[in-house]
Design a protein around this ligand. Structure first.
Ligand code: CP
Length: 317
C-alpha cells in the first residue's frame, strides 16, 4: 500500500480498497481522543492552513477541530474576498499556494472551481486536502460517510445504497468512485435536470459500479440499507457565494425522505445519512427516529479529519 505521508487527498478515484480500510483502522484508533473531548499532542509541531473560497460550516470547522484535538495549530482564511485572490489582484492559485506552503504543513482547500485543489497540489510542497471543488469531488465527506456506515452497520460490503439528490453534486462523484471498491449496489434518484451525466455514467460502468436509476424514492427505498440524501433545492456550487433569493422551491416528494416513508417503506435497520446543510428534503421530525445518523456523521467528520491530517503529516502510519 502507498504511504499516506506527504500525500494529497484530492479524489476518491485514486483510493484503493486496502487504503479505505487502512484509513478506517486509523480512524478507530483515533476516535477515543475525539470521544473523550480532550486534546493530545500528536500534531503539536504542525500547522493546518485553511483556504476556503466558498462558504462552509462543517468541512472547515471539522478540519480545524481535528487539528486542535491533535494538538496542532491552525491559520488561514474563510472568506477569499479578504485576500488578494478576492480583490483587484485576483491572485492565482499558484501565487497564493506559493505563500501558504510556508505558513503551515498541510492545506485544506475548498473552491468554487472544479480542479482548484489539484492545481494547488501541483505547486505546493506540502499536502493538499480537497475540501470540495465546484461540482467536482468532496472526498473527506464521503470518507466520513463510509466510516459512519462501517461503525453503524459493522461492514460496508453487501449493503445496498440509495442516493437521492442532485447527481451533479461533488459528494455524489466521490461516492460513485468510492463504491467501486466495495460490493455495494446503488440506486440513484434525481430530478431529470440533475441526473447522472452520460460521462459520469460511463465512468461508473468502466469502474464496475453496480448502479441503476429510479424516478422516485418510493421505488427504491424498500431495498436500501444505506440511504444517502442531498438537497435538490440548493445553490450553484460553481459560484463563490450564492445568496438565497426571495423565492425558494420546495423539494418534490420524489426526492424527500419523510418519517411516514421511513415507517411504511424502509427497512427497519436502514440508516439515513445527510452530509448537511439541508433544506426540506429530510423534515426535522425524522431527526429523532432510529434511521437518522447525520449527527453521528458530524462526530465522525472530526474523527475522519483527524485521521487524514495524522496520516498525511506522517504522525500515523
Ligand atoms: N457537508 C459539507 O460539506 O458541509 P459544509 O458545506 O458546511 O462544509
Amino acid at each position: 500500500m502507498r504511504s499516506f505521508a506527504g500525500r494529497d487527498i484530492l479524489s476518491l478515484k485514486e483510493f484503493e480498497r486496502n487504503e479505505f480500510f487502512h484509513v478506517f483502522d486509523v480512524a478507530q484508533q483515533l476516535e477515543p481522543i475525539a470521544r473523550s473531548r480532550k486534546n493530545v499532542d500528536l500534531l503539536k509541531e504542525k500547522t493546518l492552513v485553511t483556504a476556503f473560497y466558498q462558504p462552509s460550516t462543517r468541512t472547515r470547522l471539522a478540519h480545524e477541530a481535528a487539528m486542535h484535538r491533535l494538538g496542532g495549530h491552525v491559520t488561514g482564511f474563510s472568506d477569499a474576498k479578504m485576500t488578494r485572490a478576492g480583490d483587484f489582484y485576483q491572485e492565482s492559485i499558484k501565487d497564493t499556494v506559493k505563500m501558504l506552503e510556508y505558513y503551515g504543513d498541510v492545506i485544506v482547500m475548498r473552491h468554487f472551481q472544479q480542479g482548484a485543489p489539484h492545481e494547488a497540489a501541483r505547486w505546493a510542497s506540502i499536502p493538499v486536502i480537497n475540501g470540495g471543488d465546484g461540482w467536482g469531488e468532496h472526498p473527506t465527506q464521503i470518507l466520513t460517510d463510509l466510516y459512519t456506515v462501517l461503525r453503524e452497520k459493522g461492514r460496508i460490503d453487501g449493503l445496498k445504497w440509495l442516493a437521492v439528490g442532485d447527481m451533479r453534486m461533488r459528494t455524489m462523484h466521490s461516492l460513485g468512485y468510492a463504491l467501486s471498491q466495495f460490493d455495494c449496489p446503488i440506486t440513484f434518484v434525481a430530478p431529470p435536470d440533475m441526473s447522472l451525466t452520460d460521462d459520469f455514467k460511463a465512468e461508473l460502468k468502466q469502474l464496475s459500479v453496480n448502479f441503476k436509476e429510479a424516478d422516485h424514492v418510493e421505488q427504491a427505498i424498500a431495498d436500501a440499507d444505506v440511504i444517502l440524501v442531498e438537497p435538490v433545492v440548493q445553490p450553484d456550487y460553481t459560484k463563490s457565494r450564492d445568496e438565497r433569493g426571495k423565492e425558494v422551491g420546495m423539494t418534490p416528494a420524489n426526492y424527500k425522505i419523510t418519517r411516514e416513508l421511513l415507517e411504511t417503506k424502509a427497512k427497519s435497520d436502514a440508516i439515513l445519512l445527510h452530509s448537511l446543510p439541508r433544506m426540506d428534503e429530510i423534515p426535522t421530525d425524522v431527526d429523532i427516529t432510529r434511521w437518522s445518523r447525520y449527527w453521528q456523521e458530524a462526530f465522525n467528520g472530526v474523527v475522519m479529519r483527524m485521521t487524514l491530517l495524522a496520516l498525511v503529516l506522517g504522525a500515523m502510519e
